[in-house]
Design a protein around this ligand. Structure first.
Ligand code: ADP
Length: 530
């Protein structure tokens, strides 16, 4: 691909980076092999530890005792999208006939007696009385939810005081946390988090004087009596709809789709390479469609890249569903994010009214998506508020990772391209083309500044050319005036902008930092007895 793979057409206010890859030996600007970028299994989901339901799914004989059958229960309703899948309602029971596919299982619906595929993350193994650990079928168990997400879910207005959930503890591989919505005079609604500790004999406790043989038993007990908790457990938190990774079962591996299946409904925005539309797939499923102007990239190179992007899945990365690449303009069909780009959201949308905690929540989500890319040794190369999309409830997801590689445009080279995103790019990447996950960390620091200043242009008043010179001489963006930014977070930004890439924090650290930023309410068991 030569220099071409480092080039991209762009407008000056929406700068882009040029591609580079990390391998074990170091970093190169334009790799010849895609394989250098990835390690690990492509479909691996990133979990701090396998939550109970996953452990159980992998050891079905251990807990599922419905007469030797594996029975799953629907977590929410699903409407069939093709001939091969079946519809179901929340709570429906289905027998698993085959779990050979990672995302779609073949089941027999135990009421309708229909056989077909179901999306795995819409169902969970049915709890059985012998189970000592909860499954996602326990309405109160949230196996993939972090502390910050628990706060967000519980604080939804419709949830009364006492709404609760249980989630795996973030820092104790055998423990769990109980998160409860509470209300206090002068403090209003907030969430309290209690540590649930395991006992050596397999039971659990929050307070040492109250131990329980299982988590369900513990939860049941606290639903009857607060026993020192802030409030009796009133009702399980409603679960958000699970993420779909494919448009339908027949598109799990085949994702070139006929253009006629896509209906473009309204224009969402103007991208660098074409328009972006809100649309529907088969007049049914909401999607965002990026259209690529002719000549923007080689279709072959794009398809190669898209095939890889499709394998990377994380709840903080925008899902790539499908492409229509047999004619121009090429369509990239993605998950639809209702609030658009973070930058627009902060400047002109509802984001203008976000509270400080919400900004921290967005920072944590972006760090979480980047931690996933870091674990896969994938470099984004264009991390900025314009490349983060926002959905309902301030959900943030990173988009456009991997696309920069295949753009063919001479304006996209740091040395000559006038549209290079100088203000977002680490000096070693601008000067030597050394892009790495650490240059992404630099960009993340800039993104933090965009976030905490509600979309202000970085280095206000400075031109890109001057920024390179000044930054090389050690200048860094000062703490913003007129915006609330705690010193700790500003210090963290400065660490992201350390001149020595290795000294910058990891995304794992950054995620942990923002996830636990407001740690004031994790209550050790002693206090529960007070
Ligand atoms: P490009 O990367 O080609 O410049 P963008 O990804 O920036 O294009 O898209 C332009 C605009 O379209 C964004 O600012 C955003 O408002 C909207 N958009 C892009 N992707 C989505 C999506 N998946 N869901 C909702 N809106 C989107």
């Amino acid at each position: 691909m030569g220099n071409k793979c480092c080039s991209r057409r762009h407008d000056p206010d929406r700068p882009l980076v040029y591609p580079a890859y990390k391998n074990e030996a170091g970093f190169t600007a334009c790799p010849s092999s895609l394989e250098t970028r990835y390690t690990g299994e492509p479909n691996t989901r990133v979990l701090s530890r396998p939550p109970a339901d996953i452990v159980r799914t992998r050891n079905p004989g251990k807990c599922i005792t419905n007469g030797g059958r594996r029975v799953v229960k629907a977590l929410c309703a699903y409407t069939a999208r093709a001939d091969s899948d079946i519809s179901f309602r929340k709570g429906d029971r289905m027998e698993v006939l085959s779990d050979a596919e990672p995302d779609w299982w073949r089941v027999l619906h135990l009421t309708t007696r229909r056989e077909g595929l179901v999306p795995v993350n819409f169902v969970a193994e049915e709890s059985s009385v012998e189970c000592e650990e909860p499954s996602s079928c326990c309405s109160w168990f949230f196996p993939h939810v972090s502390r910050k997400e628990a706060d967000k879910l519980l604080l939804a207005e419709s949830n009364p005081r006492g709404t609760f959930l249980v989630r795996p503890a973030e820092h104790n591989p055998h423990g769990f946390s109980l998160s409860v919505k509470d209300w206090e005079e002068g403090r209003g609604y907030h969430v309290k988090h209690y540590k649930i500790k395991p006992l050596d004999n397999g039971g659990f406790y929050i307070a040492t004087n109250q131990t329980f043989p299982s988590l369900p038993a513990l939860v049941m007990s606290y639903t009857k009596n607060a026993l020192g908790l802030c409030h009796v457990l009133a009702r399980p938190c409603p679960k958000p709809e699970p993420q779909m990774w494919d448009l339908g079962p027949e598109l799990r591996d085949k994702w070139e789709i006929p253009r006629s299946e896509i209906q473009l409904i309204r224009k969402l925005g103007q991208g660098n390479f074409g328009e972006v539309y809100y649309g529907k797939w088969r007049n049914n499923i909401e999607v965002a469609v990026k259209t690529l102007r002719e000549g923007t990239m080689s279709t072959q190179a794009f398809l190669q890249e898209a095939a890889i992007m499709k394998k990377f899945r994380h709840k903080r990365l925008v899902a790539l569903y499908a492409v229509c690449s047999t004619q121009e303009p090429v369509y990239i069909v993605q998950e639809y994010m209702s609030k658009g780009s973070l930058l627009e959201f902060l400047r002109n949308g509802e984001g203008k009214f976000l509270q400080f905690e919400d900004l921290v929540y967005v920072a944590a989500q972006v760090a979480s998506g980047m931690e996933y890319l870091e674990s896969k040794m994938l470099i984004h190369r264009d991390l900025a508020a314009r490349n983060v999309l926002i959905g309902e409830n301030n959900v943030a997801k990173i988009c456009d990772f991997g696309l920069a590689r295949v753009i063919e445009d001479n304006e996209y080279c740091p040395k000559q391209g006038s549209r290079f995103p100088v203000k977002w790019t680490a000096p070693e990447a601008i000067i030597y083309g050394r892009f790495s996950i650490k240059s992404d960390v630099w960009s993340y620091g800039i993104l933090l500044m965009e976030l905490f200043t509600y979309g202000q242009i970085p280095y206000p008043g400075l031109h890109g050319k001057d920024v390179i010179e000044q930054v090389e001489r050690g200048y860094r963006m000062p703490k913003p005036v007129g915006h609330y930014l705690p010193d700790d977070i500003y210090r963290l930004m400065l660490q992201c902008w350390d001149a020595i890439p290795e000294k910058r924090p990891t995304f794992e650290f950054l995620n942990h930092y923002f996830e636990s930023f407001t740690v004031t309410s994790e209550i050790p068991y002693r206090e529960v007895q007070d």
